[in-house]
Design a binder for this molecule. Sequence first.
Ligand code: DGL
Length: 267
Amino acid sequence: MNKEINKNLPIGFFDSGVGGLSVYSKFVKLLPNENTIYFGDLKNIPYGNKSKNDLLMFARKILDFFKTQNVKAVVIACNTSSAIVYETVKNEYDFEIYPIIQSCTKVISSYNYEIIGVFATSATIKSDIYEKEIQKYSPKTKVIQLACPNWVNFVENKTIESKECLLDTKFQIETMLKHNPQKIILGCTHFPYLTKILSNFVSKDIFIDPADIFVEYIKNSLCEKSILNDNKTNGRKEFYVSASPQNFVESAKVFYELQTLPKLIEL
Ligand code: DGL
């Protein structure tokens, strides 16, 4: 890793779509001076039903793009990519890569919950990563993992308010609550968009949005590495998508109001 990193260099964020904005919006509130580049891979969404080979190919293209942008770090604002590709790509680049799951589970485990639930994409649940990571620090915690394969589409297609979404979320919550979890992790960055709907069925205090822990983790790490941007002015914000720029702006609104259309790029 390059020892003399310029603090002004941007930080890259990526996700399959608008999900990562649930992390990004908290990050730019915490560290408004950082220059940032957000990439939404709408051409390949959803990630949750893709193979490891496909997810690796998507991630490498995005990381290669960030390399051309001379980033000082990349935030994987996507649980699925963190679960499936982070271990493989983490040493392939000379900038720091922050995965959401592995950066947060130590803090979540420190509460030593007896039973904790996880809602995530099919790929994340299949990987068992939440159970492995939590039990690494808190071996006695029982982890109930439930895939919610339709939820990303509700968010991206702006059908959060539909009857279909209401029925689906109700079913998943009821299934989860049968296990009596003390907390439920929203283990996909799209899922915090559904908090309002989910709170029709259970108090919203039961949910953990890992983004809150994640942005603090990144801040501390940048600080330790002495690469926090110390500019006094607001950072530059750039947005890119691999498809559907208008749709991105519309779906993003719950978490982030974009002032202009994101740039469309073919990776
Ligand atoms: N938002 C992503 C995640 O955190 C990906 C969802 C998807 O595209 O399936 O898992």
